[in-house]
Design a protein around this ligand. Structure first.
Ligand SMILES: Cc1cc2nc3c(=O)[nH]c(=O)nc-3n(C[C@H](O)[C@H](O)[C@H](O)COP(=O)(O)O)c2cc1C
Length: 409
């Protein structure tokens, strides 16, 4: 048998083939227009990623309902036009034999107040430790609204396929709506959507099954799932392992593992096991969810992408050789160096560009601005400081939000 390398192709259960083991992780772009349609800036950014050598590129989260956005510049697919723009976006992002999966999301209670004064959630449980000026307390969804969300996720997958995206990813991680249903801390429902793990996972599993019916057997369906929420009484690692078993039975093609939410942002590397600080083995292996990947391997054969922390070819090769994962997920490094996979595959220096942004809370703003630079056909300004990034980012978000409000008025 040939040795497995980062250049080895991967065949997914549905038959689709990724040309290598690099997966550009989903990264919110904020590049949509005032009608939340894709733009030429998506084409520019995804063209760069497609030329950059990754076998798989997952888009930033695309929303199913314009009333509830993760941020003002999200792409939305909810029956309000924008199909030609999506086609152009898909065309740019699938050049060079690249698979382009659309990440589909509903933010639920993590919808910023500037977008919505009354977001929805499984139950009326507000975000802890985050100001109410930023996130309004949510109301509990009706049963009809839960059914509506299922319909919307399935519809977006069908549109994605028709527009030329080569797969989809359901966002069930990071504290967004599906993740809110999975955790008993936010899901206190007493109907079929709450209570036991089976009930809490019903929304995710129903979406996967109905989506499969709608898109057919040969179209990749992926899920991004938390290995744990890292919160006492929340979605635990044991819960995750059971949900993975069910997802595999439902015909999943690729599972991306992450962790945390807005209250506990472990996806950026602050925690490695339920509540513990970063362990030595994690520093060595770089990727902070590797222990969880190993556990998932013991319960499931579903192809696995692990995202968070990978920075060097040595750690990536070791992770792949260990058999614990199938795809190396790369987020922040791809914000600056869109062609990192090609560079690593070509030999030579195998370390990703990295910058520690200070203060840490400026990180997201800094990397978001890098994506906007690519969308504008420019090179990211790597000398930007954290405070400068926050100021520029907030200005950009407010300007985009004002355009949305003007349009809606
Ligand atoms: C600017 C930025 C935007 C992000 N947007 C998303 C997103 O839309 N969907 C998602 O699932 N994760 C998102 N993430 C999380 C990344 O996919 C990834 O899990 C995280 O950055 C850790 O991987 P890394 O260490 O390679 O950066 C985002 C991260 C950053 C830095």
């Amino acid at each position: 048998m040939a040795t497995l390398t980062l250049a080895s192709p991967l065949t997914l259960p549905c038959g689709a083939v990724l040309k290598n083991r690099f997966g550009k992780a989903p990264l919110t772009e904020g590049l949509a227009d005032e009608l939340n349609r894709a733009t030429a800036r998506h084409e520019a950014l995804y063209g760069r990623w497609a030329q950059g050598g990754a076998g798989l590129v997952v888009t930033g989260n695309v929303q199913v309902d314009r009333r509830y956005l993760e941020r003002p510049g999200n792409v939305v697919i909810d029956g309000n036009g924008g199909f030609e723009e999506l086609k152009a976006y898909a065309k740019a992002g699938t050049q060079n034999g690249t698979h382009l999966f659309m990440q589909i999301n509903h933010p639920g209670r993590q919808t910023p107040r500037r977008i919505c004064e009354e977001p929805i959630a499984p139950s009326a449980v507000k975000l802890r430790n985050l100001p109410e000026t930023a996130f309004a307390p949510p109301r509990a969804m009706t049963a009809n609204e839960v059914e509506d969300v299922i319909f919307r996720f399935v519809n977006v997958a069908v549109v994605a396929r028709e527009a030329g995206f080569t797969g989809v990813q359901i966002h069930a991680a990071h504290g967004y709506l599906i993740s809110q249903f999975l955790t008993p801390l936010v899901n206190q429902r007493t109907d079929q959507w709450g209570g036991s793990l089976e009930n809490r996972a019903r929304l995710l599993l129903t979406i996967v099954r109905e989506m499969r019916q709608a898109v057919g057997p040969d179209f990749p369906i992926s899920v991004k799932l938390n290995s744990s929420d890292f919160q006492q009484g929340g979605f635990s690692n044991a819960d995750c392992l059971q949900v993975v078993r069910w997802l595999e039975e439902a015909g999943l093609d690729l599972l991306e593992i992450s962790g945390g939410n807005y209250e506990e942002p472990s996806m950026m590397g602050s925690k490695t096991s339920e509540g513990a600080a970063v362990a030595d083995s994690t520093v060595r292996r770089e990727a902070y969810f590797m222990d969880y990947a190993e556990q998932i391997r013991t319960v499931s054969k579903v192809p696995l992408m692990v995202t968070g922390g990978f920075r060097s070819r040595a750690a990536m090769e070791a992770a792949l050789a260990s058999g614990a994962l199938d795809v190396i997920g790369l987020g922040r490094p791809m914000c600056v160096e869109t062609d990192l996979p090609a560079r690593i595959l070509a030999g030579g220096d195998g370390t990703a560009w990295e910058k520690s942004i200070k203060p840490a809370k400026a990180g997201l703003a800094w990397f978001c601005l890098a994506l906007i630079a690519h969308g504008d056909g420019k090179t990211p300004n790597t000398s930007l400081t954290g405070p400068e990034a926050i100021e520029l980012y907030l200005k950009n978000e407010e300007a985009t939000a004002v355009k949305l409000r003007d349009r809606a008025a």
